[in-house]
Design a protein around this ligand. Structure first.
Ligand SMILES: *Cc1c(COP(=O)(O)O)cnc(C)c1O
Length: 223
């Protein structure tokens, strides 16, 4: 894999409203540095114990995205530096992010994860749960959190039409939420959807953040 070429290809072909999150989980620091030298500044990790040492070792102008399932008891380790948390899937987690962001004197951008796939294993709010959560008092009281949009993962399948329909359902929910009267710290601006196998479909369906790992770095190293 030529990481620099891969990054440059994305830079040349991505529509201007869509950001590339380079998913560097399981990749060594040297590989991240290669992507950094090609100009990439947004990186995504899914494990706190991997994210913290990488943050410490790498340049401080990197924008770190926590993309995986996050346990509330681990938020405190990343709250001092993380920019985006994509997988907010419960009130408990959001409340803890707010608490730790306040302690760190920061505001953290969050995306609500919506369950759009057929697989049971993927995390996230249902449409109804998300609407109820957005209407609750939790968000306006969580002043150190900015909810900037939604995140979703499509079913792992060869069926492109199914993937497209799932992304479309996420975009529809995003548009629906936009029409509501929202707390000051909730804006529907970002739609995080699309990975190495399905980012093209996600871009067609309105993604503003694609999370791409293996198409940049090659196969993942065993954790
Ligand atoms: C690993 C991961 C990705 C990237 O997967 P690739 O198929 O390697 O591009 C994207 N999003 C999440 C949440 C991930 O855990």
């Amino acid at each position: 894999m030529n990481i620099k070429n891969n990054i440059n290809n994305f830079f040349q072909t991505l529509p201007p409203h869509c950001k590339l999150i380079a998913v560097s989980k399981t990749q060594p620091v040297e590989k991240i540095e290669e992507a950094y030298q090609a100009g990439q500044r947004r990186f995504g990790e899914n494990k706190v114990q991997e994210l913290v040492p990488k943050y410490e070792a790498l340049p401080k102008d990197i924008e770190w995205h926590m993309i995986g399932h996050l346990q509330s008891n681990k938020v405190k380790y990343i709250a001092p530096f993380v920019h985006w948390i994509h997988g907010v899937d419960s009130e408990k987690l959001l409340t803890e992010i707010n608490k730790q962001a306040l302690k760190a004197g920061r505001t953290i951008s969050c995306l609500l994860q919506i369950h759009i796939a057929k697989e049971e294993t993927k995390f996230g709010f249902s449409r109804e749960e998300a609407l109820a959560f957005i209407g609750s008092n939790t968000l306006p009281e969580s002043k150190n959190v900015n909810v900037k949009g939604l995140m979703g993962m499509a079913t792992f399948t060869e069926n492109a039409e199914q993937v497209r329909n799932e992304f479309r359902s996420l975009k529809n929910l995003f548009n629906e939420i936009k029409t509501l009267s929202l707390p000051a710290n909730v804006q529907m601006e970002q739609l995080s959807m699309g990975m190495s196998g399905d980012y093209q479909i996600a871009i067609d369906e309105g993604s503003t953040m694609i999370r791409v790992g293996s198409a940049i770095f090659g196969e993942r190293h065993k954790p």
